[in-house]
Design a protein around this ligand. Structure first.
Ligand code: HEC
Length: 208
């Protein structure tokens, strides 16, 4: 009988160790999913599709047919902010150091639905991101750097086109200031972010 008591205790102990491990490891894993990952050359690795579970802030739309057949960023732009950065924005109305926003480009799939004529989302065709970091980007305006994983020639309706996530680039360098940041600096409403087009952020901003 001694043996059985020992086994029971051993099982109990293993159970406790597992529970402890899970409670420590799980938050770390959850955090890593949302942390931007860089390679040694400073390229941002393509974020996991987990960003679709971040906080959604708005969807600007620049359809190709209103932009001479080829919008610079075609067509729907679904913009997401990291949950921890959202919490900070909601509290302070500012984008904290480390803030990351992702903009996913989605084609216009159909222009008619039972609800009427319009623009309806098609396939994922591009992915952009911006990160504010004083440590990594001390010389960029507002410390924001801009990245693109959108393949050349997107919207990709070629043979290679794979809906739901490919063939995006695996990594992106921080783009030159003139290529992205300059326009954001000149035209965005708030700390280089286009909050004028994100009703969710405007509604969340604390009233003075
Ligand atoms: C000519 C102006 C202009 C340039 C150049 C530009 N953007 Fe933007 N960007 C915008 C506008 C306007 C929005 C918001 C509305 C929209 O998405 O169309 C935006 C929104 C974004 C967002 C969503 C977060 C935010 O800041 O509002 C990301 C990410 C982004 N751009 C990435 C890029 C990248 C990467 C480049 C360079 C390759 C770039 N942008 C170049 C005008 C510009």
């Amino acid at each position: 009988m001694r043996f059985r008591v020992w086994t029971r205790q051993a099982i109990l102990f293993m159970g406790l160790v597992t529970a402890l491990w899970i409670s420590i490891a799980l938050p770390v894993v959850a955090q890593e999913v949302n942390e931007p990952r860089f390679d040694q050359e400073g390229n941002l690795l393509r974020p996991e599709v987990g960003y679709r579970e971040w906080v959604y802030v708005g969807t600007p739309l620049t359809p190709n047919d209103m932009n001479g057949g080829k919008a610079p960023f075609p067509e729907f732009h679904s913009v997401y902010i990291r949950p921890s950065d959202w919490a900070h924005y909601k509290k302070t109305g500012t984008f904290r150091d480390g803030t990351m926003l992702v903009k996913e480009l989605i084609s216009v799939g159909s222009k008619v639905a039972t609800s009427g004529q319009g623009y309806f989302m098609g396939e994922f065709i591009g992915l952009e991101a911006t990160i504010k970091s004083a440590k990594r980007f001390p010389n960029e305006p507002g410390n924001w750097a801009y990245f693109s994983f959108t393949p050349e020639g997107s919207p990709m309706m070629s043979q290679e086109w794979k809906p739901h996530g490919g063939p995006f680039k695996d990594k992106s360098p921080a783009f030159p200031t003139a290529a992205c940041a300059a326009c954001h600096q000149a035209a965005a409403a708030e700390d280089m972010v286009f909050t004028q087009y994100y009703p969710v952020l405007r509604a969340a901003k604390p009233k003075k």
